[in-house]
Design a protein around this ligand. Structure first.
Ligand code: HPA
Length: 270
């Protein structure tokens, strides 16, 4: 794996020749951030050695080096979900490569179903903590000590200062941010009412199908992490209605300007 990570990172640095310390996984709701970027270089995933290839919706993923304000960032447009059939080593490989490229700050976004009865569809939740409910662990197997410790600490996964700054940004721009616990599940089914209730009882505020694997690997590698989630549907008893991927996308799009603003300002403040 080490050789693959190095080969992939070498390919990317040779191709782009751009150094930066901040990476963004452009999950649901952050597509608009690309429009805020001055694009310096793009590399389609298909050209990158050892990179998995995106399958969702047929749009091919790509890496984008760009300027967000004065800050140079590396953005992943398109992520790899466990439900697509990738194993956890594949899902998290890009994070390993980012670390090898010198990236020490990782920003991620996703869409999720709300479990906390105080949440409304369309709310944005800063991730304070997570519960890993995926059936496979990204760090299972022989540990490569040069990448991180065998038994990584998970007591402070989501950077407190970044979370505080995000709340400040929301306050200054007159909108409310929720903060809570994200439960990461395999999908691809949305939850049954009984499952939503179970995840609530277990301590979750929102449930979704991504992020946790990438974040675990980022923390293993000592990266600073910030995560944010759009509540696209409700899993609260009495409020559950039939949902589809399209509806999830629509709600996420409506929340996009707020998400974009937070990420942009937060990254500029680094
Ligand atoms: N459950 C799981 N993943 C999701 C949901 C949900 O309700 N909404 C968006 N992603």
């Amino acid at each position: 794996m080490l050789e693959k990570i190095k080969a992939t990172a070498n390919y990317i640095s040779a191709k782009a020749g751009i150094k930066c310390d901040t990476g963004i996984v452009l999950g649901t709701g952050l597509g608009g951030l690309v429009r805020e970027m001055e694009i310096l270089e793009t590399i389609p995933y298909g050209e990158i050695p050892h990179f998995p290839v995106s399958t969702v919706d047929g749009h091919a993923g790509r890496l984008i080096f760009g300027k967000l304000g004065s800050k140079t960032v590396l953005a992943m447009q398109g992520r790899f979900h466990y439900y697509e059939g990738y194993d956890m080593k594949e899902v998290t490989f890009p994070v390993r490569v980012m670390r090898e490229l010198g990236i020490v700050n990782l920003f991620v976004s996703n869409a999720s179903g709300g479990l906390n009865p105080e949440y409304r569809v369309g709310d944005i939740m800063v991730i304070r903590d997570h519960i890993n409910f995926f059936p496979e662990h990204p760090l299972r197997g022989r540990n490569e000590a040069s990448l991180g410790p065998r038994f990584p600490d998970m007591s402070r996964v989501y950077d407190e200062r970044l979370r505080m700054n995000a709340k400040q940004i929301a306050l200054e721009n007159n909108f409310h941010l929720q903060e809570g616990v994200y439960v990461g599940v395999s999908g691809p089914t949305f939850e049954t009412p009984a499952e939503y209730l179970m995840f609530r009882k277990l301590g979750g505020d929102a449930v979704g199908m991504s992020t946790v694997p990438e974040v675990i690997v980022a923390r293993h590698a000592g990266m600073r992490v910030f995560g944010i989630s759009i509540i696209t549907d409700s899993g609260v008893p009495g409020q559950i209605v039939e949902i589809s991927h399209e509806e999830v996308q629509q709600v996420a799009m409506a929340a996009e300007p707020k998400m974009t603003l937070i990420m942009k300002k937060l990254i500029e403040s680094l």
